[in-house]
Ligand binder design. Structure first.
Ligand SMILES: Nc1ncnc2c1ncn2[C@@H]1O[C@H](COP(=O)(O)OP(=O)(O)OP(=O)(O)O)[C@@H](O)[C@H]1O
Ligand SMILES: [Mg+2]
Length: 461
């Protein structure tokens, strides 16, 4: 069960007699109280209530509603999912509506009817619980279309949900990431999730000489140039009804940038040597490891083209910045190669796992894939050692030595920090032990049921 039902109710009311009365009439809910905005915020941080009832008129100016509205906004800023029930004066519909518009869950006019308020609170709890459960399930679910993308990293999971969400639109997506981070995997996932009936066609702008690239992209008519023996469709046309991936878009020569821009504006192409325009319906996704903004400054990339391409920008983190993914992927790749080479039972030695964790993976997932492949061939017996992978065994590092500092957020929040540390350690332990719950629990010094509980609560699959 998630926290919603077990978190207390926060009652914000400056009239102490009334505060007592509310608390008393709601005695079936565990509650905490506050009588001004500052205290309410402290209580909110401390107890993380799923439901809050609040008076709008709070000191220092209890006759106006400014403190109340300020508090309402601060509460929703701190937790957009919190259910706030505003208690308003009689005949104060304007403020009630304003509160709802700001994001309050409901309102009750004073003097309130205890049964009615109690019912509203109960409903708010149920709603909070359902929504939390929904978010948890959503976090667990990696979209099917991205089945080829293995990850447990929160940032990568967020990216795969973004990809799924934008898939059905025809917005142009720009994938930015170092070499080997999975740009092509994501582009294909985008195509699959889009359910477009045409093909996924990729072209690498860096791999094709400038003089050939134009005909590759736009196609040509018979006789357009020497050697043009028959009319040939270009990649853009081939992708009609589907998705066109322009890989290494940063390497597209300036002359073709102008032509591509025209195509993106008009959605029509003209084959080389052709006389008629052909309408093409294609979803464009671009990728590059280069810094396009930098290329724009150097006048090597057109700014107007950039804005056409960058309708949705996805920044893919390098492997070294993903929590536990290197080891998770290493195990998965080893399983795959062991099967391919009929060497069942291949597994990593402890120093190999440490070496995978410690390595910086400048070539990202592709480098890891190659290293594990090589190791699966080189390994003598059943155990793959660090040296089979050409990685030197590192000094035994601490699980979180790289991450023990205080996070970037200036908003210190112990609960969030604890959750993050828990998540990081659990993901690392699971990766190290190849998802063996018993061993991971041992490594973490907790019982197996506790580990299950934590995984459930933190939505770790
Ligand atoms: N999260 C992942 N899970 C499983 N396999 C992955 C993942 N990310 C990448 N791969 C695999 O790693 C290899 C490199 O990925 P991909 O070709 O998508 O990278 P890229 O970012 O396009 O690289 P480049 O910039 O060099 O073109 C591929 O074999 C791909 O299948
Ligand atoms: Mg690629």
């Amino acid at each position: 069960m998630s926290g919603a039902m077990t978190s207390p109710l926060l009652i914000v009311e400056d009239d102490l007699a009334l505060q007592k009365q509310i608390k008393w009439s709601l005695d079936r809910f565990e509650s905490v109280t506050a009588s001004d905005r500052e205290t309410a915020l402290v209580q909110f941080r401390r107890h993380n209530p799923a439901v809050v009832t609040m008076d709008l008129g709070l000191p220092p100016d209890p006759d106006s509603v400014s403190e109340g509205f300020k508090l309402l906004e601060q509460l929703l800023d701190a937790d957009p999912h919190v259910k706030v029930i505003v208690l308003t004066g009689q005949n104060d519909q304007a403020n009630a509506l304003r509160a709802i518009n700001l994001g309050a869950y409901d309102f009750q006019a004073k003097p309130f009817d205890p049964d009615m308020l109690s019912l509203t609170i109960e409903r708010a709890y149920r709603m909070a619980e359902l929504q939390a459960e929904n978010r948890r399930l959503q976090a667990l679910n990696q979209p099917d279309a991205l089945a080829g993308l293995m990850t447990r990293d929160p940032e990568m999971l967020k990216i795969s949900r973004t990809i799924e969400r934008v898939a059905s639109s025809d917005a142009t997506v720009l994938l930015l990431g170092e070499s080997g981070t999975g740009k092509e995997v994501l582009a294909q996932g985008l195509h699959q999730a889009s359910k477009r009936s045409g093909r996924f066609v990729a072209i690498n702008c860096a791999a094709i000489p400038e003089n050939l690239l134009e005909s590759e992209l736009f196609g040509y008519e018979k006789g357009a140039f020497t050697g043009a023996a028959k009319t040939t469709q270009g990649k853009i046309e081939t992708a009609n009804g589907g998705t066109l991936m322009l890989d290494e878009i940063g390497d597209l020569p300036l002359s073709l940038q102008a032509k591509l821009l025209r195509f993106l504006q008009e959605r029509r192409i003209e084959r080389l040597g052709g006389r008629q325009e052909i309408a093409v319906d294609v979803r464009v996704v671009c990728a590059t490891h280069q810094d396009l903004k930098h290329l724009i400054k150097d006048q090597r990339f057109r700014e107007d083209l950039y804005y056409r391409l960058a309708e949705i920008v996805v920044n893919i983190p390098p492997l070294r910045a993903r929590q536990g993914d290197a080891v998770l992927l290493a195990h998965a790749f080893l399983r795959r190669f062991a099967q391919e080479q009929r060497r069942a039972g291949l597994s990593f030695s402890e120093d190999a796992v440490r070496a995978v964790e410690a390595h910086g993976w400048p070539g990202n997932v592709r480098e890891l894939l190659n290293v594990v492949k090589r190791a699966s061939i080189m390994a003598d017996g059943q155990r793959v050692a660090a040296e089979d992978m050409g990685l030197s065994g590192p000094a035994i590092g601490d699980v979180d030595s790289a991450n023990s500092g205080i996070g970037a957020s200036s908003d210190l929040n112990l609960r969030a920090a604890r959750e993050e540390a828990e998540r990081r350690n659990i993901v690392t332990a699971l990766a190290r032990t190849n998802n063996n719950i018993l061993k991971a629990a041992e490594l973490l010094g907790i019982s197996r049921p506790t580990l299950y509980d934590l995984m459930n609560r933190l939505a770790i699959k």
